[in-house]
Design a protein around this ligand. Structure first.
Ligand code: CDP
Length: 225
């Protein structure tokens, strides 16, 4: 008996890390929807287009979005994962994600990808739009301070030179853009379990979501017996 799991939350709250580990434990498929919006920012840069250009929507509509076995995004068959995780792409993505024509194309693709059970999708609008009927919805948060510290470490590991205050300010700006946009803003649905990861390790966070998932899976198994 498989279920679908929606994980939403603000930037750098660790959704993808938790979703990936959970998918491995449950033998489910993880889809990092943020990387699809990031791929659209990559398309804009590549073709020198602005977030609201009609031509960008055309490129998005004509493109193929897939994931390989490592969870890397393939844009038109090419692995672009290493090119979409920069500070510049972070902010541009958040602006492009306000474009409703782009959102509806990506939402349709995501719904096609997760048309059966056994999927974990993470993003901003999964529980509210993409998988409204997901059996388990998680809203993952963390304080801005802990999110900024995590992102700083990620950049340092990659050798990117950036200071804490810049990252802190950018996360705040992205939170504001993601929460206040007109279309599908980041919102916590009433039926979501809240997971504050500020003081939790990755393992503790995964354990908590795993427990919630197993409770639901077992409940469904019992009712089907
Ligand atoms: O990794 P991080 O949490 O920083 O960002 P992400 O999940 O890769 O998402 C990048 C951006 O895409 C976000 O700031 C959102 O603006 C947008 N996004 C969205 O609008 N809807 C989604 N389902 C996923 C991402």
């Amino acid at each position: 008996m498989k279920i679908n799991i929606a994980i939403d939350g603000p930037s750098a709250s660790g959704k993808s890390t938790i979703a990936k580990a959970l998918a491995k434990r449950l033998n489910y498929t993880h889809i990092d929807t943020g990387s699809m919006y990031r791929a659209c920012a990559y398309l804009a840069l590549k073709h020198d287009l602005r977030p609201n250009d009609e031509e960008l929507v055309d490129y998005v509509n004509k493109s193929q979005f897939e994931f390989n076995e490592n969870g890397h995004i393939l844009l038109n068959g090419k692995d672009i994962d290493s090119k979409i995780r920069s500070k510049h792409i972070d902010l541009l993505t958040s602006t492009i994600a306000q474009n409703q024509a782009i959102r509806s194309t990506l939402v349709r693709i995501q719904q096609q990808m997760a048309h059966t059970k056994g999927y974990i999708l993470d993003g901003r609008d999964i529980g509210s739009v993409v998988l409204k009927d997901a059996e388990l919805k998680v809203f993952q948060t963390a304080s801005i301070e802990s999110r900024a510290k995590r992102r700083l470490t990620e950049y340092q590991v990659k050798g990117i030179d950036v200071d804490y205050q810049t990252i802190y300010d950018e996360i705040k700006l992205r939170d504001l853009q993601d929460r206040s946009r007109e279309h599908s803003p980041l919102t916590q649905t009433e039926d979501a379990h809240v997971l504050d990861t500020s003081d939790l390790t990755i393992e503790q966070s995964v354990d908590q979501v795993y427990r919630w998932a197993m409770e639901l899976i077992e409940e469904r198994r019992d009712t089907n017996d």
